[in-house]
Design a protein around this ligand. Structure first.
Ligand code: FCB
Length: 456
């Protein structure tokens, strides 16, 4: 048995737009994901989040599922457009009440709420005024953080400012795969900067409003590993790691933006000058405002191959080494989670780390016996929990683990084609069926440990 530390926080994670539905209910304003999903060609199965898992009405049933799993905590996000439909200013009371009731019921079930403020559903009106590349959006975010933390801060103690600034900035403003769908390097870097500065300012507001608050940010970290020992592959790995991981970690921990990445952007002609004119005096200090924990979302690693070698000029930059891949085409490699955590601990000493998301997409459907035998997810979960335990054994201060996700849900540009849930959702009837992985997770939580003998 691999035992976990006594107060280890076991949970699951979700996000508002992916599960709630009811996008027009009770005065909710439009978000960039409503607009994006309504734009032809953006979502693989032409779907949107208007119904999703109907969590907005079925939340008592979903809390029951979590109680059945014995969870200690639930990480969910607040839909900003439910709280401030105009982005700032007027507060929409029914929106606040929804989350207030959710929080009360969670606490009643002995489940601690772990709140994410921004999980991608920017009010559309703020996008119309420039979106994340505009500094004013950061100001609006801090206002929103103030409003919601005053409303819930007597009961919610753990707060995450932003979920995955890389995805928000790169996928939203760089390659356009996510809302709002822009493709512009300058916008992308400016968006990332507004996000990080607004994170720092929100940390201060949350601390002021919430007694005993624990505040942090969640980064999606994908460790890069070279495909070969060649200097070319080492450089491709540095480049990948720089844009994906260090661009956020370095300023967060007071080291400013990585110069090598800026040079690469200039050399590649993505930006005109190494002088990033969106940085104002004091910004880097704000970004480096001390936090109480680091949230890490981990799904996979990237194995990098240089395209500077002439014969590989047009080959893909990432290669797959191990045979097992999920429905997202993400390689399964639990050992790289251990390596990542050990690296974070030694390089940045971030304090407690929570795995705020980890999981896999497999479409395994119910069998004739009515159960969902998601063997691959069980394997994935076991492997990654063991990787967490290995990291703890090597001195990493890992304080909790949140499986992504409680339910199958709206997987952004993939619509409902990818299923990440521990619980199966029949979208026609909204019936929920805990998969075998949910049963395993329930056992793990009950034992506060992973039975490794069983794996052999
Ligand atoms: C993460 C997102 C989450 C979910 C998973 C699969 O990047 O935070 O909402 O889509 O990926």
């Amino acid at each position: 048995m691999r035992q976990f530390p006594p107060d280890f926080l076991w949970g699951v994670a979700t996000s508002a737009y992916q599960i709630e539905g009811a996008t027009r209910a009770d005065g909710r304003g439009e978000s960039i994901w409503d607009r994006f999903a309504a734009t032809p060609g953006k979502i693989q199965d032409k779907s949107d989040g208007s119904v999703a898992c109907e969590h907005y009405r079925r939340w008592p049933e979903d809390i029951e599922l979590m109680r059945w799993m014995g969870l200690k905590s639930y990480r969910f996000s607040i839909a900003w457009p439910r709280i401030l439909p105009d982005g700032r200013g007027r507060v929409n009371a029914p929106g606040v009440d929804f989350y207030s009731r959710l929080v009360d019921s969670l606490l009643g079930a002995g489940i601690e709420p772990f709140v994410t403020l921004y999980h991608w559903d920017l009010p559309q009106v703020l996008e119309d005024q420039g979106g994340w590349p505009a500094r004013a959006t950061g100001g609006a975010f801090v206002e929103y953080a103030d409003v919601i933390s005053r409303a819930l801060g007597d009961r919610v103690k753990r707060w995450i400012t932003h979920n995955e600034p890389w995805c928000i900035s790169y996928l939203g403003y760089g390659n356009g795969e996510h809302a709002p769908g822009h493709k512009d390097w300058n916008k992308m870097l400016a968006a990332a900067h507004t996000l990080m500065v607004s994170h720092g300012n929100a940390v201060k507001v949350l601390r002021a409003n919430v007694r005993d608050a624990e505040v942090g940010i969640t980064l999606n970290l994908t460790p890069g590993e070279p495909a070969s020992p060649s200097p070319e592959d080492a450089d491709a790995t540095r480049d990948f790691d720089g844009g994906f991981n260090r661009w956020f970690l370095e300023p967060l921990y007071g080291r400013g933006y990585p110069k090598d990445v800026i040079e690469d952007h200039v050399k590649a002609g993505r930006i005109a000058s190494p002088h990033l004119d969106f940085i104002q005096p004091g910004d880097l200090e704000t970004i480096a405002t001390p936090t109480d924990f680091l949230g890490v979302n981990f799904y996979s690693r990237a194995v990098l191959r240089s395209n500077r070698i002439p014969e590989e000029k047009n080959a893909p930059r990432t290669v797959f080494v191990r045979p097992d891949k999920t429905d997202m085409d993400w390689e399964v490699c639990p050992a790289s989670l251990t390596r990542l955590l050990v690296h974070l601990e030694s390089e940045y000493q971030p304090g407690p780390i929570y795995i705020t998301e980890n999981g896999c997409a497999y479409s395994t459907a119910p069998s004739a016996d009515g159960r969902v035998h998601d063997v691959q997810r069980v394997e994935y979960l076991r492997g990654h929990l063991q990787a967490c335990s290995d990291a703890i054994g090597q001195g990493v201060k890992l304080a909790g683990y949140f499986a992504w996700s409680l339910l199958d849900n709206f997987e952004w540009a993939y619509g409902y084609t990818k299923r990440f849930g521990l619980v199966w959702v029949d979208y026609a009837t909204q019936q929920r069926i805990p998969k075998d992985s949910a049963h395993l997770y329930r056992d793990v939580v009950a034992q506060n440990g992973l039975d490794v003998e069983q794996a052999a």
